[in-house]
Design a protein around this ligand. Structure first.
Ligand SMILES: Nc1ncnc2c1ncn2[C@@H]1O[C@H](COP(=O)(O)OP(=O)(O)O)[C@@H](O)[C@H]1O
Ligand SMILES: [Mg+2]
Length: 254
């Protein structure tokens, strides 16, 4: 059984403008899958539908066999502990320390009050440190997040997602705000989350080559439709042009 099965979901924010059209795909446990496509294709919307930050208009989303679109509030909270998220702009709390931001990933497991009072167990704190160490930023644990570089902040974002013990990590353009060196570091870390920890990753990416270099499988989205779903090797020039439409010339020559 697939970890994630998306069956014919559609979404429109406004009447008559369909942002996602009858999207179908599935992701197996342990896969690293990239979603590519031009801006406006619906990549962010699709990712946000998967953990109900955005509600679909129709279709079903099965996570471990459970239909995400039908979950009540408590079950939804549980689902969100199983699905970590990494954002383009990191979504950290800038004036809090690195370690505090990582521990925020545990909120889904706590009562609101315990979370607000910052009641975390020794085990949680040790886990937070060991994740920071894995990402090579443990020496920054007590700095305010806004003192870190973009690449370092994104590593904090990854630690915050990992401390949830997620089965799936969704990343929305995780390297779009980073320089090439920092991007490489982040992609290597994400890749090893799947390879070494066995956690499934679904990553929105604008850059084709990055997707090709890192993915087990690529899904190509254009105007809200899946028009490619296959191994990177099958994504040839013609298919890339098909996915990116008018934008492709720009992408290929740059
Ligand atoms: N909250 C929203 N309300 C209305 N329209 C939206 C909203 N979010 C995205 N859209 C529209 O949906 C389309 C797809 O956007 P998005 O999912 O952000 O695509 P991508 O991430 O591929 O750039 C765009 O036309 C965008 O303007
Ligand atoms: Mg987007």
């Amino acid at each position: 059984m697939a970890l994630l099965e998306v069956n014919g979901i559609s979404k429109s924010y406004q009447a008559n403008i369909q942002v996602l059209r009858n999207i179908e795909f599935s992701v197996n446990a342990g896969e690293f899958v990239s979603i590519i496509g031009p801006s406006g294709a619906g990549k962010s919307t699709l990712l946000r539908c998967l953990n109900r930050l955005v509600e679909v208009n129709s279709g079903e989303i099965l996570f471990n066999g459970l239909d995400v679109t039908k979950l009540k509030r408590k079950e939804l909270r549980q689902l969100r502990t199983n699905i970590g998220m990494v954002f383009q702009h990191y979504n950290l709390v800038p004036r809090l320390t690195v370690i505090e931001n990582v521990l925020h990933g545990r909120f889904g497991y706590k009562s609101t009050l315990a979370g607000m009072l910052g009641h975390f167990t020794e085990e949680e704190k040790e886990k937070a440190f060991s994740l920071l160490k894995q990402m090579g930023i443990e020496e920054h644990a007590y700095k305010r997040c806004d003192q870190l570089s973009g690449g370092q902040q994104q590593r904090v974002g990854i630690c915050r997602a990992l401390i949830q013990n997620p089965k799936l990590i969704l990343c929305d353009e995780p390297i779009a705000s980073l320089d090439p060196n920092a991007s490489k570091v982040i992609m290597d870390h994400l890749r090893s989350i799947t390879t070494d920890l066995g956690i499934t990753c679904l990553v929105n990416l604008h850059q084709v080559e990055v997707a090709q270099d890192n993915s087990d499988r690529i899904i190509g989205l254009n105007k809200g439709e899946v028009i490619f779903d296959g191994k990177p090797i099958r994504l040839d020039r013609t298919m890339i042009e098909h996915v990116y439409g008018m934008e492709s010339r720009e992408l290929i020559t740059v």
